[in-house]
Ligand binder design. Structure first.
Ligand code: ADP
Length: 447
């Protein structure tokens, strides 16, 4: 059993992990940059260690500083949260080489899924349906043209090392392919230091449906249904819900069963998400994330389980606390991501919070590291809070979201809250009738 764990992250997710650990009687160590000396995760943890200056590469991404913080404090395990080092196989290897435990999957599984071509090959071999596309990397323009001609336009060119929606370009027809191919490669090189790209059929009106999975690392695996994360801006999710409004119980059991089986066969350990595009009743694998996701609370809402607690248990070598039969969908949950950004351009808007009031009441959860008088530093991502609501059904969850949003006060900086007030007036949102392009089109027309 762990006595003490280190949380290698900041913001709301660091709080999320500290809360789970505290309920389990485990002490926590926060790490922080000099810019975060006053941050809530530092205040809330049992101990805190400053690991460097504001830029992430010198603090939250500094492997030697994080390992040293473990050694100084006697922390036995590291929870990486999401982002930062959470999907860095090299980091996991170093953690293990120091006799510490990484709360997450093995470095092999992270590596396997971090390379999107290997991930697709692995998925295929495990019986998961994948998006039609190139067989592996596309080395040059000639090959790109040939693949596109065989597959039919439109196509999407994606970075093998991709993430965060970068290094992705669509070619609607042959006249676009050259520019799309070259830009995708240049972007991939700049963002990931690797310009390898691959190609997929570009689906026209899919929904983004992802399956939450969990493995015990010993051949046991379950699924916790789907989340619909189709409302996206620049391939970044802004509103997520579970269950998916378009997914039937039969579809959930079918695709969930395939994913749970794949996880079991891999011997996967901990939380993971298998992402699909869903169109005309078919699921197409796009990638797997080998970590806890930002939107995990909607799954926790409908199943009444604590995924972070479960991650810690499994990392300790304990069995999962639930079986597939225990996991029964209860009601509906929605999460909105509140960013410190100025509309209509979504320009980052760091600064001092002069007044902060959190909504409450039945079925309302606010995961945020804000407090009155806190100054949001300009160095990190602009997510400042997640408002999550749960209701007996989707209609109740939607009215609860609108009610809770009305109670929320975040003064001093601009936020994306007005976007959600507007979206909750849209008949398509109320009806659950949207795909991955809906929000971009709505923003073009309304902002
Ligand atoms: P990243 O890892 O950069 O987030 P993903 O492969 O997960 O990249 O894709 C992110 C988003 O891009 C998807 O949710 C979807 O909106 C869009 N997308 C990706 N692949 C396709 C495709 N083949 N057809 C249509 N849209 C796609």
């Amino acid at each position: 059993m762990f006595d003490k764990i280190l949380v290698a992250n900041r913001g709301e997710i660091a709080l999320r992990v500290i809360r789970a650990a505290r309920e389990m009687g485990i002490k926590t160590v926060a790490v922080h940059s000099t810019a975060d000396a006053d941050a809530m995760h530092v205040r809330m943890a049992d101990e805190a260690v400053c690991i460097g200056p504001p830029p992430s590469p010198q603090s939250y991404l500094s492997i030697p500083a994080i390992i040293a913080a473990c050694e100084i404090t006697g922390a036995q395990a590291i929870h990486p949260g999401y982002g930062f080092l959470s999907e860095n196989a090299n980091f996991v290897q170093i953690v293990e080489d120091h006799g510490l435990t990484f709360i997450g999957p093995s470095s092999e599984h992270i590596r396997q899924m971090g390379d999107k071509i290997t991930a697709k090959d692995t998925a295929k071999a495990l019986g998961i349906p994948v998006v039609p596309g190139s067989d592996g990397g596309v080395p040059d323009l000639e090959t790109a043209k040939k693949v596109a001609a065989d597959m039919g336009y439109p196509v999407i060119i994606k970075a093998t090392a991709g993430g965060g929606g970068r290094g992705m370009k669509v070619a609607a027809s042959e006249k676009d392919i050259e520019t799309a191919f070259r830009t995708a490669r240049t972007e991939a090189k700049a963002a990931f230091g690797n310009d390898e790209v691959y190609m997929e059929k570009y689906l026209q009106k899919p929904r983004h449906i992802e399956i939450q999975v969990f493995g015990d690392g010993k051949g046991g695996g379950v699924h916790l249904g789907e989340r619909d994360c189709s409302l996206q801006r620049r391939h970044q999710k802004v509103f997520e819900e579970a269950p998916g409004p378009s997914i039937t119980a039969e579809e959930r059991a079918h695709i969930g069963g395939i994913c749970a089986n794949a996880i079991a066969r891999m011997g996967y350990s901990g939380a993971g998400t298998i992402e699909f595009l869903y169109e005309d009743g078919e699921f197409y694998f796009i990638e797997m994330n080998t970590r806890l996701q930002v939107e995990h609370p909607v799954t926790e809402g409908i199943f009444g389980v604590d995924l972070v607690r479960e991650q810690i248990r499994v990392a300790e070598g304990m069995p999962m606390s639930f079986t597939q039969e225990d996991l029964v969908v209860n009601g509906h949950a929605i999460e909105i991501r509140i960013n410190a950004e100025r509309l209509p351009n979504f320009a980052p808007c760091p600064g001092r919070i002069s007044q902060y009031h959190v909504p409450g009441g039945l079925g309302v959860r606010m995961d945020s590291a804000l407090y009155d008088g806190y100054t949001i530093p300009p160095y990190y991502d602009s997510l400042i809070g997640k408002l999550i609501v749960h209701g007996r059904d989707r209609t109740e969850a939607l009215s609860r979201l609108e009610r809770a949003l009305g109670e929320l006060i975040v003064d001093g900086v601009d936020t994306t809250v007005p976007l959600f007030h507007a979206l909750l007036q849209e008949p398509d949102i109320l009806a659950g009738n949207y795909n991955i392009h809906w929000l971009e089109r709505w923003l073009d027309a309304n902002m």
